[in-house]
Design a protein around this ligand. Sequence first.
Ligand code: ADP
Length: 427
Amino acid sequence: MTLLLGCIADDFTGATDLANNLVRAGMRVVQSIGVPAGPVDEGVDAVVVALKSRTIAPSDAIAQSLQALQWLQAQGANGRAPQIYFKYCSTFDSTPQGNIGPVTDALMDALGCGFTIATPAFPDNQRTVFKGHLFVGDVLLSDSGMRNHPLTPMTDANLVRVLQAQTRRKVGLIDHVAVAQGEAAIRARIAALQAEGVGMAIVDAVSNNDLLRLGPALAGMPLVTAGSGVAIGLPANFGIQPTAQAAALPTATGLQAVVSGSCSVATNAQVAHFIASGRPALALEPLRIAAGEDEAGKALAWARQHIASGPVLIYSTAESSAVKAVQGRLGVEQAGALVEQTIAAIARGLVEMGVRQLVVAGGETSGACVQALGIEQMRIGPQIDPGVPWCHAASPLAPQGLHLTLKSGNFGTTDFFTKAFGALQRA
Ligand code: ADP
């Protein structure tokens, strides 16, 4: 395999988001859950290694990222090392301790790289950077909900300052004046910054056109650090153009099911829509799970009766008042873990039953299901909604593979659970 782009993502759904952008720009992409233990699919242009390193101790994040780097570098061929892409959140989630700065420093040291960029800009998702300041929608990052984030509160929108607090290298800015002029001006700005001793530079970008102008200036840079937005401009550097072929997956077979452990507003509407469309749906009762009843066994028996005629939905999705009541009785973590384990067991049972097209709603829920299914890597296919592609993965329970899509909480249109199956090519 000649890997062109090797990506290290600091969380699971962020990895899928990046992979999805690369596929849409024409690359064939595999996402691996953690550093791959064995080889990946031969014919791919990019591998996205999904870590869970966003909020762990900086030393652990560095160790895991370097391990991923080593694996990715070993996939280059003909003396050509892949370009490395360190992906973080489009709200630059981090603390003064890290992990964006420390991981970037470690990757630069390992690559012997004197300069890199940093920009979380993702205009399609309302994340723009201007004069080094990050906007979420119409407000500065520090005025957005991110200021109250429980783990990574973001109280400063000036990313030059935020990143400078996390790195020993000097941080600079490639501002919009350069970005608006395109490759030559951006390269000139980079040269000027390097002459001033700058090692990392925040890049302004307020539109996809800015990101597409930035792309060519990043050709040959050993390390790029960014949200998923910058990915739209990189495949062209390798002569790759958008093509539907990049998203081609095997044709879909088998039974169809949806499991949902997400209680986000969008998911509640999606569950309601599925039920209103007259399809079979079964609600799980967390308190009965806590009481030791075999909710998974009962759900699977119910599914067996309904699944032959089309997709079934099994969900713990509930309105926030109901979730709070359950959390009050069981504790937040205990309730979450119990429900995740039950849904993961149901996902396993469904695949054993012959489900080969599985929709999973919920970020944490997806992690639990992927683990229960023994999935180590996924080929990324066509987008259903922004940030949510169909994937194809091998599992010990389905050696020929199954199609699955992992929808994080607030993604997807209201009819997502029904329309998703229509987006797959069937045998
Ligand atoms: P999202 O992507 O919407 O945040 P997650 O799966 O990441 O969804 O998180 C939802 C969490 O809520 C999970 O830990 C899940 O187990 C838990 N959960 C799901 N349903 C319920 C419920 N009815 N009561 C309490 N907790 C629930």
